[in-house]
Design a binder for this molecule. Structure first.
Ligand SMILES: [Zn+2]
Length: 123
């Protein structure tokens, strides 16, 4: 197995590679939010469930497709905050490290919805 490359987050998130990956991921789910699948997306957010494969993300393992509302929910209320906070901010509390239990639960739910959305394209 290849040793993981050190990826600069800010540089990567602004890269063509990342933006193109997002376009591929959103097609996988038929342009639906994986938390609120009744929302047909025009704009979308690609959310990292984990950052451990930064630069080598796989859809539904490392990343999921979300509406802005769902994304804000994960980084706000579910992060234990009334406002949207960064993961680095959340991680300042050692008892609330990302992903916390609520975030893990919603990631699991979103992955199941993701599979259903993916499969529903073939029926
Ligand atoms: Zn996110």
């Amino acid at each position: 197995m290849l040793a993981p490359k050190k990826v600069n987050y800010r540089e990567y998130i602004n890269s063509y590679e990342w933006k193109n990956k997002g376009r591929i991921f959103i097609k996988r789910v038929g342009r639906r939010c994986q938390i609120f699948p009744w929302i047909k997306l025009t704009k979308y957010n690609i959310h990292h469930c984990t950052y451990k494969n930064l630069g080598q993300e796989k859809w539904n393992i490392d990343c999921i497709v979300l509406s802005k509302t769902a994304h804000n929910l994960i980084h706000g209320w579910l992060a234990g905050s009334l406002t949207v906070i960064r993961v680095s901010e959340q991680n300042k509390n050692p008892k609330n490290k990302y992903p916390n239990i609520l975030q893990k639960i919603i990631h699991t739910y979103a992955r199941i919805v993701g599979i259903l959305l993916y499969l529903s394209k073939f029926i």
